[in-house]
Design a protein around this ligand. Structure first.
Ligand SMILES: *Cc1c(COP(=O)(O)O)cnc(C)c1O
Length: 217
């Protein structure tokens, strides 16, 4: 597919759901993709990108920022506490706040640095051992604690288990967000962003459908 086709699909999903197209941000997930592929998307005017790893983002985006203005970078991969400062310097949003220690670290750094990226709290809706995110049962408390630290928590994020119906997870995430007064919902990837938009996604993270398959070398 192409960027244009995905934009159209996002717009169509919004219309179907009776939602404004502007209420959904398309994050082009550029992890592992070559600079040539990323530049091609930038040349088409897209400015919102997602990366999984701080290291990889740091090696790539400062250079692009010298050439293209208005780039908005979203970190969507698990974040180690010792990388938090670098993440906050690089990114306009972090989607993977998932534990108290990371929250207190980000709060301290935000004081020191005088700014903080938008934050999404990752919820492990499938309660998978190998996956990051706070458990659904712990989410309300964690959200309240993070807000009490004055952190700019904009919403919640989830990655459904690969072998389950994603809509159940999207609906659960939306329910937790609503009862905590949070508007942002980062959910939906290449295979299920249309379902996610129908269930209220405000941020969809689409990689391979825009860039083509990731080639790991
Ligand atoms: C890689 C990744 C995506 C994009 O996945 P695609 O299936 O290529 O669209 C979205 N979200 C997260 C957290 C990812 O790690």
């Amino acid at each position: 597919m192409t960027l244009e086709a995905i934009r159209t699909a996002v717009a169509n999903s919004c219309h179907k759901a009776g939602r404004e197209v502007d209420d959904v941000t398309l994050i082009a997930v550029s992890k592992v993709q070559s600079n040539a592929r990323v530049a091609a998307i930038l040349d088409q005017g897209h400015r919102v990108f997602g990366e999984n790893k701080v290291q990889e983002a740091a090696g790539k985006w400062p250079d692009f920022r010298e050439i293209y203005s208005g780039i908005e970078l979203h970190l969507i991969g698990p974040l180690q506490t010792n990388k938090a400062r670098q993440a906050m310097e690089l990114a306009q949003a972090i989607h993977t706040l998932d534990r108290p220690k990371l929250a207190t670290t980000i709060a301290r750094l935000a004081q020191e640095m005088g700014h903080c990226p938008d934050l999404f709290i990752q919820v492990n809706t499938g309660e998978e051992d190998q996956k990051a995110g706070c458990l659904p049962a712990e989410a309300d408390t964690f959200i309240k604690d993070a807000l009490a630290m004055d952190l700019p928590v904009r919403g919640l994020m989830c990655i459904p288990p690969v072998d389950e119906e994603p809509s159940l997870h999207f609906a659960l995430l939306a329910k937790i967000a609503a009862r905590n007064g949070l508007k942002g919902l980062s959910m939906g990837m290449s295979s299920d962003f249309e379902t996610a938009i129908a269930l209220g996604a405000t941020h969809v993270r689409v990689g391979s459908a825009i860039f083509g398959a990731r080639v790991y070398e």
